[in-house]
Design a protein around this ligand. Structure first.
Ligand code: URA
Length: 280
């Protein structure tokens, strides 16, 4: 996208807008090798080579946070040696180089945050930031009160006892039951292993909540940009008590992708009612 040169220079941290104007007027700026010394000239920071005194400038990306409904059958890594689809394949039209905050298994669906804000991602993934994550779990057969009780209190896994969880029955049919489990830990395949430990066989696992963020009406493969207020709320929450003030968000308001999203592969698929209330 074409933008005024002085804006590009100031966003790249070269100088304030006023100083950038002077730098341009002094003939120190080149766009694709040509001196541009007129105020109001435009360039495309993504495609043009812009130099000041012969040095290329680096334009910082806007920091964004994306909430994606990860469908089953996608990896949350940035590359897969086996060539399986990866979640960023779904983000058609997103220019920023975002990566997932944490992981969901290949066979797990639901709410996944992605960002290009390294500080926020690292803070959210750190075990000391106990962000609640809510899951809906469909298991074979019925779930006993004893099983709910054990999951709630914490179960012994290979890597130690799990912290107490919030667990509640949601619905039950002849062959399956849905329960909700909220945990704040983020161990490898934790929910599946917790269920197995109490004798429950998981047939479907969906993350529906991440702290105050809900998957809402998003369909598998669809995504939305978090609003700046949501990012600020997330930052306030995780930076509170860490002794660090949240940085200015730097998060820009974005036009939301229309529904379905530009990259909404797998929309409406996945079987069952992934976007709606679970049923057995
Ligand atoms: N727990 C799991 O078992 N898998 C996930 O993907 C997330 C939580």
């Amino acid at each position: 996208m074409q933008e005024r040169l002085q804006k590009i220079l100031s966003q790249a941290g070269v100088a304030s807008r006023r100083e950038a104007e002077k730098i341009i007027l002094d003939g120190r700026v080149k766009v694709n090798g040509e001196v541009v010394a007129e105020l109001g000239s435009k360039a495309d920071p993504d495609n043009d080579v812009i130099t000041v005194d012969g040095k290329a400038i680096v334009v910082a990306e806007n920091r964004v946070v994306i909430l994606l409904y990860k469908p089953v059958g996608y990896m949350t890594t940035m590359k897969d040696p086996e060539g399986r689809p990866i979640v960023t394949d779904l983000l058609k039209g997103v220019k920023e180089r975002v990566y997932p905050i944490g992981r969901l298994d290949y066979n797990t669906e639901g709410l996944l945050l992605l960002t290009n804000d390294g500080e926020l991602a690292n803070t959210l993934m750190h075990p000391s930031h106990e962000v609640d994550k809510g899951y809906l779990v469909r298991v074979s057969g019925k779930v006993s009160e004893e099983q709910i009780g054990k999951l709630t209190e914490g179960v012994e896994l290979e890597d130690g006892m799990t912290a107490p969880a919030k667990v509640a029955p949601v619905s039950e049919s002849e062959h399956n039951s849905w329960i909700s489990i909220t945990i704040h830990e983020g161990r490898y395949r934790q929910v599946r292993r917790m269920c197995e430990a109490v004798g429950l066989s998981v047939v479907r696992l969906k993350r529906s909540r991440y702290d105050f963020l809900e998957i809402g009406d998003l369909k598998p493969g669809n995504f939305r940009f978090l609003a700046p207020e949501e990012v600020t709320r997330l930052k306030r929450k995780v930076y509170a008590g860490s002794g660090r003030a949240p940085r200015k968000t730097g998060i820009v308001a974005r036009r939301q992708p229309s529904s379905p999203s530009p990259g909404g592969r797998g929309r409406g698929g996945g079987g069952g009612r992934p976007g709606g209330k679970p049923r057995g």
